[in-house]
Unconditional design. Structure first.
Length: 195
């Protein structure tokens, strides 16, 4: 990572000098060489080949993973799958999974209303819940229509009967008064005229 490269490039020589100038460390090194006297005269390091993290790019290889690319993330080189570099790979209708052998794979979302499928979840068909809601609402609308028509027909029928009944009663009373001619006289005699 970037901090390790910075340490090796700019701070390693000072750290090694401090370690080798410590008398206890020199004594331990002398013992490792059969008690020969070891002293530090100077310390020279080769100039670093890699000065920053971008200089490591030729050494990072992601080709053994299908559809992975090398990217610097949080100061480190990482092999990143296509799902991370292209978050809309599954068209927001599925979960993108990076398979190191196959590359990006979509696990499509399915609900009772919509069901997505296809290699990138870009095709869908209506689910059983949609058809249930559609035909259920059509059945309710048809039932309401039948009820409304039945109410209208029943009202017309009963309204028509009452109208006929009232006009029939009026015609009957007129007919009975004219034809039979029952009149109330002052001496309580009834007179019958008719044929």
């Amino acid at each position: 990572n970037e901090s390790q490269i910075h340490f090796v490039s700019f701070q390693l020589d000072r750290a090694l000098t401090d370690i080798l100038n410590n008398t206890i460390n020199l004594k331990n090194i002398s013992q490792a060489f059969n008690n020969r006297g070891v002293t530090l005269n100077s310390l020279r390091l080769q100039p670093p080949v890699i000065n920053n993290i971008t200089d490591l790019k030729p050494y990072v290889n992601c080709t053994k993973f299908a559809s992975y690319t090398a990217e610097i993330i949080d100061g480190q080189w990482q092999c990143v799958g296509h799902c991370k570099t292209n978050p809309d790979y599954c068209h927001q209708h599925g979960q993108c999974l990076n398979d190191i052998n196959k590359g990006p794979v979509c696990r499509c979302f399915n609900s009772s209303l919509k069901q997505f499928y296809g290699p990138r979840c870009d095709v869908f068909h209506w689910g059983p819940g949609f058809y249930g809601a559609l035909f259920g609402s059509l059945a309710v609308a048809l039932l309401l229509l039948i009820i409304i028509i039945t109410i209208i027909l029943v009202r017309k029928k009963y309204t028509g009967v009452w109208k006929r009944s009232n006009s029939y009663n009026r015609r009957l009373s007129t007919f009975s008064e004219d034809f039979f001619g029952f009149y109330n006289t002052g001496d309580h005699n009834l007179e019958f005229t008719g044929t």
